[in-house]
Design a protein around this ligand. Sequence first.
Ligand code: THU
Length: 139
Amino acid sequence: MENRELIRLALEARERAYVPYSKYQVGAALLAKNGTVYQGCNIENAAYTPTNCAERTAFFKAVSEGVREFEAIAIVGGYAGEPVDYAYPCGVCRQVMMEFCEPESFRVITAISEDVYLERTLEEMLPHGFGPSKLHTED
Ligand code: THU
């Protein structure tokens, strides 16, 4: 899938952001290796801490559907209207990416529009990250 299309889906997801408190609308579109795209938006809460970021919404939708292999994620964010700056994933979301993605090849696309975006690997976004390979698990 083209980056443009993934960004378009992130912009579409952002329209569904539930943000009565911060008003900061984030959308994400997560491309699985099987070609399926999972959209996510941020979902806030009156108690604040239960808030879920757009990126994690997308990941948790996918993983809860049995999908665990991913290629790329597009992220857009900002206050009402068109995004004017890049919205970078928070540390918690980077750590969730680390759980399911290959740091050297998973692409993190931060976008302002379908034409204006930056692309980095997860390794660049979270250098020296702690992931599943560090633990002695049986499988
Ligand atoms: N937010 C995201 O959705 N993704 C991030 O990676 C950073 C922050 C949301 C959480 C909250 O609803 C709003 O942006 C302001 O922090």
